[in-house]
Design a protein around this ligand. Structure first.
Ligand SMILES: Nc1ncnc2c1ncn2[C@@H]1O[C@H](COP(=O)(O)OP(=O)(O)OP(=O)(O)O)[C@@H](O)[C@H]1O
Ligand SMILES: [Mg+2]
Length: 547
């Protein structure tokens, strides 16, 4: 068939149409691509597509590049596995590898996880990663589509919330334990008081050695039980603490002789005393803290080693924060050893009461629990630095004492007077008004004071004491009162009596710290912790009345 002009015209029109169509499609594709890229680039979420076949990344967006600090070209030309290694925080790799393996095994087709990304600069940032796998109709992996979103601030908020939650739980636990221990200590200390007091008097009054020996054992056992209650009180932060300005260097020096007795010759003791300021604490308790930490250090070095005691001043502020401490000036006491160190599994538990790794009968596990209680109750904090096999350092931080902080008054300091010295007949000394709601405690104390030739007025509560005082013609030399009593507390009773006689001397007694007892200590009143032996009461009363 001859080729006609008409046909040619038809064909070239078709060609032109096709060209136009081609141009339109290209243009549309370009526009679509532009739209797609700008959509991706304006997306808040980072986006990355990997090809399994080509073993490289095919596409990404600005957000992903910015998040990791890479240029798009760098990313599209790198090795995906090496890139993953470089940009995934080492500790988070294993968890993600497990998920990737499940994708490869066909168990799952996508996963999400929060991980730490490492930016090109080395900076670590938390991100939320999403991974979806695309397979061909035969199930072979073709593409991996990754998304990631910055979760750094969110993660930090979460961690802060979790930390707050943990400390809230801890505070609630302590509150419950505190109430329990406080209640037990109150009753238990009263019972121990009576046992200790009577056994002590028995021991003094019998001449038969076997009986005296038995009485002595009773006193010693009661004292050990009292020590246990004291540690529990310390843990629950209900111990009676008398904070004063303490020269920590002197405490360390003063304890050194005692320490040398408990440490054998394979343990070297080094002291580095650099603290220039006194700390605000109860000096007896600082000795307890030091002793506990040193005994732990000794026990961690059965083959011998070196213990270093270091004291130094610390300033805590926003630039140099310290966990659990408000900004301010502190004095630190650090005990380091070259012993076994603490395993990662034991580490979270060492401050828990009754946690011990020592054999039965060697440790009660109350040492660190009470140390932490004392330190926290005193407004300080304790930190641990240890790795298994490389020794440990426990550092105690306590507030620096302000200038002019009072020292412990002389009346409470132990003297040398004993009951024995008072027993021979002598004229009656002053009148003591004795108030305690526990009958057996009160009659024991009355007996002790009478032995010391004091005239004793006994009352079982505040109201009775006020009536007695009003009816008594002669002045009362001393009020000895329990703090925690039903009705009027010891503090309220003292206030009422002092309103009539401002010079009245008062000696408070208590088995544990509660609101009123703390007021007593803060006001630097005379105080004796229960339980105590008759001699201790004597020394206190005698010294106080003569002061
Ligand atoms: N310096 C240390 N080196 C190694 N482990 C330590 C050290 N200090 C404490 N620990 C570990 O912490 C545990 C708890 O210590 P903690 O002082 O509370 O109790 P304990 O010493 O076992 O018993 P307790 O002090 O009541 O006699 C110890 O059993 C030990 O495992
Ligand atoms: Mg211990």
């Amino acid at each position: 068939m001859p080729y006609t002009t008409g046909k040619m015209v038809e064909e070239s029109a078709e060609l032109a149409r096709l060209r136009a169509e081609n141009w339109r499609l290209k243009h549309e594709l370009g526009e679509q691509r532009e739209r797609y890229q700008s959509m991706l680039d304006n997306e808040l979420v980072g986006f990355l597509v990997a090809s399994f076949e080509l073993n490289r990344f095919l596409d990404t967006n600005e957000t992903y590049c910015e998040f990791l600090g890479f240029e798009r070209e760098e990313l599209l030309n790198c090795d995906p596995y090496q890139f993953w290694l470089d940009t995934t925080f080492a500790a988070d790799r294993e968890a993600e590898l497990k998920q990737l393996q499940r994708i490869v095994d066909g168990e799952i087709s996508s996963y999400r996880l929060r991980k730490r990304f490492v930016r090109k600069t080395g900076e670590v940032r938390w991100g939320e990663l999403g991974y979806s796998a695309v397979r061909d109709p035969h199930g072979r992996l073709r593409y991996g589509i990754l998304t990631c979103a910055d979760a750094h601030d969110q993660q930090h908020e979460l961690e802060a919330r979790e930390k707050l939650q943990t400390s809230l739980l801890q505070a609630q636990k302590l509150e419950t334990v505190g109430r329990l221990v406080g209640g037990v200590a109150h009753d238990f200390n009263n019972r121990l008081h009576v046992i200790m007091g009577h056994a002590d008097m028995l021991q003094r009054s019998v001449s038969e050695p076997t009986l005296a020996f038995h009485a002595e054992i009773v006193v010693q056992s009661a004292q050990r039980a009292a020590e246990l209650t004291r540690q529990l009180l310390a843990y629950s932060r209900r111990q009676m603490l008398r904070p004063q300005a303490v020269e920590v260097n002197s405490v360390v020096e003063g304890t050194q002789r005692m320490l040398e007795r408990v440490l054998d010759e394979h343990v070297e003791l080094v002291t580095v005393l650099e603290a220039k300021f006194p700390m605000l604490a109860d000096s007896g308790q600082i000795e307890q803290v030091l002793m506990n930490l040193i005994l732990n250090a000794r026990d961690a070095m059965p083959e011998g080693g070196r213990i270093t005691l270091r004291t130094f001043d610390v300033q805590v502020d926003d630039q140099a924060p310290l966990e659990g401490l408000a900004p301010g000036a502190y004095v630190a006491l650090a005990v380091s050893d070259t012993g076994s160190g603490i395993s990662a599994s034991a580490r979270p538990q060492i401050f828990e009461p009754f946690f011990t790794t020592k054999e039965v009968g060697r440790g009660t596990g109350l040492g660190l629990a009470s140390v932490e209680g004392i330190v926290r109750q005193s407004g300080g904090s304790i930190t641990v630095d240890s790795s298994e096999g490389h020794g440990s350092t426990f550092t105690v931080y306590l507030p620096r004492a302000a200038a002019g902080e009072p020292e412990l008054s002389a009346a409470a300091a132990p003297g040398s007077t004993t009951i024995g010295a008072y027993i021979p007949c002598r004229p009656m000394l002053e009148t003591v008004l004795l108030v305690d709601d526990q009958d057996d405690v009160r009659s024991l104390l009355a007996e002790v004071l009478s032995l010391g030739a004091y005239r004793v007025l006994e009352a079982k509560n505040g109201v009775q004491a006020l009536t007695l005082a009003r009816a008594h013609p002669e002045p009362i030399g001393l009020l000895v009162t329990d703090i925690v009593m039903p009705g009027l507390s010891g503090v309220e009773l003292a206030d009422a009596l002092r309103s009539r006689n401002p010079n009245l001397k008062v000696l408070f007694m208590s088995g544990y710290a509660e609101r009123d007892s703390l007021r007593v200590l803060q006001a630097h009143e005379q105080f004796i912790p229960k339980p105590f032996l008759p001699d201790e009461l004597f020394r206190c009363v005698n010294g106080f009345l003569r002061a």
